[in-house]
Design a protein around this ligand. Structure first.
Ligand code: FES
Ligand SMILES: [Fe+2]
Length: 361
């Protein structure tokens, strides 16, 4: 295997990734692969989430094949027990515990309905770096989300979300129309974010929004996309009847939505796509919540078909590079931020060691 981390790495380790939705974690063992690392997740009885490396210190059996004894994990092979801090607390037939007997733990933070995990250097796991997706858990927002497993590099999903002109061609029956592909946009960036803003003024509303708005006439439509390196994209979307002042900042006559996308790498060629679709009107309308969620699931299923075909093509043509067109301005900057993050890790001896160990494994 090629051990050149600078060329092999597709995801940074020092980044917050969504490990699970809040409801997925219970007082039972859940196995996940995140950034090519096997992880076992569970909640303690008081609700505290725990993430341990899913490999027993003794003979590497996945701990997820064992069982929970109160808040500790008992390996299903020879019965070693590990506490939530990863330390072995029991060895059968042995009174003295080997002091090195522990498994790696990963920092977790539960915030805005997601359980975020940090796979890299624990000392750098600053919770302030978690993308702010408060709309996912806020009294002035309603909605729901889901998970879609994608057999593709998570960066293909980031590319997809940073260029919504694809709506015209991939989602023509729901949220796309010609106006999206033709509208100009602006891109700016910082060290951690890319912002792309697009206004479509005085256009025929696309089918999904036409139905939601429930009245005829043209609309002003906005898409304000934010990339939060390395794997989260949020999109402030909406429409308002033309002439009601939305471009000037008054959205009161329109509909606002907020879409959260977070693509957690499973490995270099697959990812788990966590998404949510929120709105800030008709908050108590449960039917609308279900309608929006299922519409999102269908729409993201259209993306899945394209992205998985694209991944196969990337593997078919490993030496081909992507062309960057005007429409790829947001994606290009997102890729640059990811590459910079990976390059910074390679330059740090501790992380480089971790990366090499993973590449070799
Ligand atoms: S492999 Fe886990 S106790 Fe032996
Ligand atoms: Fe899409």
């Amino acid at each position: 295997m090629n051990l050149s981390p600078a060329t092999d790495r597709t995801f940074p380790m020092n980044s917050w990734y969504v490990a699970a939705w809040d409801y997925e974690l219970e007082h039972k063992l859940l196995a996940r692969k995140i950034c090519d690392q096997p992880v076992v997740l569970y909640r303690c009885k008081d609700g505290t989430p725990v993430a341990l490396e899913d490999a027993c210190w003794h003979r590497l059996l996945p701990l997820s094949a064992g069982s929970l004894v109160n808040d500790e994990v008992r390996c299903g092979y020879h019965g070693l027990v590990f506490n939530p801090q990863g330390r072995c607390t029991h060895m059968p037939s042995q009174e003295t515990l080997n002091p090195s007997a522990c498994v790696k733990t990963y920092p977790l933070v539960e915030r805005h309905r997601f359980v975020w995990i940090w796979m890299g250097e624990a000392a750098k796991a600053d919770p302030d770096l978690i993308p702010d997706v408060f709309q996912n858990h806020h009294p002035q927002w309603s909605g729901d989300g889901g998970i879609t497993d994608l057999a593709c590099d998570y960066r293909l999903l980031v590319d997809n979300l940073m260029d919504l002109t694809h709506e015209t061609y991939v989602h023509g029956s729901s949220i796309g129309n010609d106006a999206v592909a033709e509208a100009p946009f602006t891109v700016r960036h910082t060290d951690d974010n890319v912002f792309l803003t697009r206004w479509m003024l005085d256009i025929d509303p696309p089918p999904f929004f036409k139905k939601q708005l429930g009245k005829p006439g043209n609309v002003d439509r906005w898409q304000m996309i934010t990339f939060h390196s390395a794997a989260t994209v949020t999109i402030d979307v909406g429409v308002a009847p033309t002439g009601t002042g939305a471009p000037e900042g008054d959205r009161s006559a329109g509909l606002s939505g907020f879409v959260i996308h977070s693509a957690t790498p499973v490995n270099a060629t697959s990812c788990r796509y966590f998404w949510a679709f929120l709105r800030n009107y008709k908050l108590a309308d449960q039917r609308l919540t279900t309608e929006w969620r299922e519409a999102a699931r269908r729409i993201f299923g259209e993306d899945k078909s394209v992205l998985e075909l694209q991944q196969k093509a990337v593997e078919q043509y490993p030496d081909r590079e992507f062309y960057f067109l005007n429409i790829d301005g947001g994606a290009m900057w997102a890729r640059r931020l990811i590459d910079r993050q990976i390059a910074a890790e390679i330059a740090q001896p501790d992380t480089a060691k971790l990366i090499l160990r993973q590449a070799a494994g």
